[in-house]
Write a protein that binds this ligand. Sequence first.
Ligand code: IVH
Length: 670
Amino acid sequence: MAHLRHLATSQYLGRPYKLFVMNNEGYLALVAELNRHGHLYYTDDRPEISDETYDAKMRELLAYEAQNPLFIDGGSPSQRVGGASLAQFTSFTHPRPLKSLTNVVSDEEFLAFCDRVEKGLGRANLPFTVEPKMDGLAIAVHYRNGVLSVAATRGDGISGEVVTENVRTIRSVPHRLSESVDIEVRGEVVMRHSVFEKHRGDYANPRNMAAGSLRQLDPTITASRELDFFAYQLIGPDIDSHDDLMTLAERLGFQVTPDREVGTGRDWLLDAVMRLYSNRGTYDWDIDGVVVKLDSIALQNELGTTAKAPRWAVAYKFPSVQAQTLLEDIVVQVGRTGVVTPVAVLAPVTVGGVVVRRATLHNIEDIGRKEIYIGDIVTVQRAGEVIPEVVGRVSRGENSRPFVMPETCPECGTSLIQNEGEVAFRCTNEQCPAQVKGRIRHFAARDAMDIDGLGDALVDAVVDNGWVSAPHELYAITEDQWASLERMGAKSAENLVRAFEFSKQCSLARFIFALGIPFVGKTTAETLAHRFQTIGALQSATREDFLSINDVGEKMAESMCTYFEDSVHQGWIQGCLSAGVTPVAVARTGGVLAGKTFLITGTLSRPRAEIERDIKARGGAILGSVSSKLNYLVVGESPGSKQDKAIQLTQSGKASIELVSEVGLAEWLV
Ligand code: IVH
């Protein structure tokens, strides 16, 4: 090399690195030299220097550019995005292997992992980080002096392929970090669903397409595929917490795996896994599990790794959500509004870890459109918490036969009718036992009166025993009656009665929703509560009153008038009020806790769900974890790590979280 340079050393986090110093002339010469070798290599495929020499020169160039960002030449190979096509990928040996993760698929296996960690360290109650497992492909991105130098695929974990140019096209991979650090960042390259739908082509799923897009010899193709990157591991900085490392990663300019939580204790861990599992459908990319990592890096190192995977982390994999099975029969089910839904009776099959025997077929039109016959092999799907559904036919059985809608209600024998312009068939008998049960289930549901512990079997029992035929009659059932039911202990009966008592202090919106007025969902119920303030005012409202509300159309106004004019419904409402139900309109934004966020830690004198409901009833919101968004942490006995984290965040100025005792909270809840 002709240009002037000398060697200097500098320190980053205690580790020395070499810093080449050269002048601008030398830099431009290096740009030209690297471009010539790049062309010889990539385009002519007749390199004159070895890969190592090229990489060394490139590192030198990057080091200079990191130190002199204002002098970066537009023609520098570091600035090239979507340049000439690569002939082939260069192999890259990872300085530290990229291990994979041990998978668990059940709570038992997961708890065995917790046991192993605790036993290995001889300590319990260790903080863990819980974050989504992104379903894409792993890459390692190396930065020198804060400038992206090399990006490589995981490959077999020991060595992968250099995909630097392609990775540069990913917008969420910064070319230059906010700090001049030497660092290795590992993470997942994914393709968002919205982007996949736009480009999918022949790819089966977003992961395959992300992998295919990254391994394009022409970076312009990769660029057009709009990939995304989420960091999940930082190697280099001397920081002893995965959580803090991720915070640093964000500060440096990365997007990290979202919704990360830190906590302690098996119950918390299982809850946190469950939270992510329930939310998995809300992401714009595929999540195939939850990764649980010991938060302390020192303890991670103490536990070490096996040949394949670290001992300090585990992937709790989500079960697959589709399966194929025999459609043995199609029966019909009557819902709370009398609508008759065809239900598939299936040869039992495990879908997403749950044995499915029945699945919805939506309606008769859907069955026709999907050409599904009884006796076919069908695909069954479970998406999130929703009821399993038959999504399509795989093959026709020899004796397959089409489904015919019955003429009468299977529950009460009333003739089924199909209203003009409606796809659905209906049973018109309001006293049909299926409708009564459906109505009671809806009344007690979580979003309605939220009667904890009143499951389907209990509803069936109280209706079949003739104890109730309408929701308000539930309040008359005594503790002894509940206790006399099958599989009900004295304690469960006591809890149930308590839940009924508790439900009496409810918001007007919940009560309106619980009535199950056709076309009145949760949002409309809230609008109505806000507008009318009392149930009496709502009952005496006219059609015009309803129509004067934004979002209430003819159909809904008609439905409400018909509902409130009916003396049977008036009886239900009066029955609830006489039983002590006191619905109150909660100001939408004016609750005493409006705009405030809360989280509870430790044991309090009442069930957590009750307290959370009290907070929400006054306009407060409950957060899932301690973060800068949190205003109040309600601290009970033996508080968990949430308290430590809240104090730490507040002391470091990153948050302003107030700790509140149960007594303190009670003052707000009066
Ligand atoms: S940590 C040594 N965190 O899962 C542990 N991995 O099955 C390093 N993955 O190869 C991995 N999301 O590609 C970690 N939040 C996350 C992840 C994650 C997805 C991938 C990663 C890894 C594979 C193992």
